[in-house]
Design a binder for this molecule. Structure first.
Ligand SMILES: NC(=O)c1ccc[n+]([C@@H]2O[C@H](COP(=O)([O-])OP(=O)(O)OC[C@H]3O[C@@H](n4cnc5c(N)ncnc54)[C@H](O)[C@@H]3O)[C@@H](O)[C@H]2O)c1
Length: 236
């Protein structure tokens, strides 16, 4: 049995679905106490506090509730995110589209760190979900790519500023979750001719960055994309 997080107190945003839910379950399986923070309801066996990460009053109140329930805080995982426009040409992308994506994906992560840091134990960890879209792009998702690039920069900024905890992020390629199925369609996932990760794959990456085996790792963006971005443009 994995007991690497025994009695650790973990808060996971976006914990009602997809990668966040997989993280919540993986931490629990490793012995942690877990509270999820989400604007949606998750499975009934998951202790969930409802809040919208993009609204500071909503988020800070939920963090207070979660910390009270847990009796402290050792690990924070920021999975709440939205994709925004998919397949939308730049000329059809509005400032409102961009603002909506940045509000959840960037402001939500910054506010999460702001309101959890005072509660986090020394030696604790923050892990954000960024994306390979911070480094590589497909056309029609400019707001999402911009938001994930910002999460990588935010990770580095907070790793430097927050001296009691480590701050890292995970940058996965396509993951089989409700978000990916809604954006790409079931067929694109079920008959994919490219490698697709599972939410459990990503949860293992998050647990590594949150746990003692990554003790010297801080300010890092873990790019998990099966090596696709490593390939040269030279046709060899
Ligand atoms: N699925 C992928 O292919 C993929 C790849 C790379 C990165 N990511 C990132 O991983 C994270 C999780 O994505 P997922 O695929 O599991 O998506 P998902 O849609 O399955 O889950 C996202 C969860 O976040 C919650 N959420 C969204 N906006 C919120 C808000 N404002 N306040 C509170 N909760 C909110 C949703 O209710 C949902 O439960 C996201 O940040 C996403 O950008 C996903």
């Amino acid at each position: 049995m994995d007991s690497s997080f025994t009695d650790r107190k973990v808060l996971v945003t976006g914990g009602a679905s997809g990668i966040g839910l997989a993280c919540a379950r993986a931490f629990r399986a490793a012995g942690a106490q877990v509270v999820a923070l989400d604007r949606a309801s998750g499975p009934s066996d998951l202790d969930t506090v409802h809040a919208d990460v993009a609204y500071e009053a909503s988020l800070s109140g939920a963090v207070t509730t979660a910390v009270e329930r847990l009796g402290g805080l050792d690990v924070v995982v920021g999975c709440a995110g939205i994709s925004g426009p998919v397949g939308t040409p730049l000329v059809d992308t509005s400032a409102a589209d961009l603002a909506a994506v940045l509000a959840v994906n960037v402001t939500g992560q910054l506010l999460l760190a702001k309101h959890t840091y005072p509660h986090l134990s020394t030696g604790g960890a923050i892990v954000f979900l960024a994306s390979d879209s911070a480094f590589v792009a497909t056309p029609g998702m400019a707001p999402y790519c911009a938001s994930k690039g910002a999460v990588v920069a935010l990770t580095r900024a907070l790793a430097v500023e927050l001296n009691r905890v480590r701050v890292n992020c995970v940058c996965p390629s396509v993951v089989d979750t409700p978000m990916a199925r809604s954006d790409l369609g079931d067929a694109a996932i079920d008959q994919a001719d490219f490698p697709v990760q599972t939410a459990d794959d990503v949860a293992r990456q998050v647990l590594f960055l949150a746990g003692p085996h990554s003790r010297p790792v801080n300010g890092h963006a873990l790019l998990s994309d099966f090596g696709y971005s490593a390939r040269s443009g030279f046709p060899a």
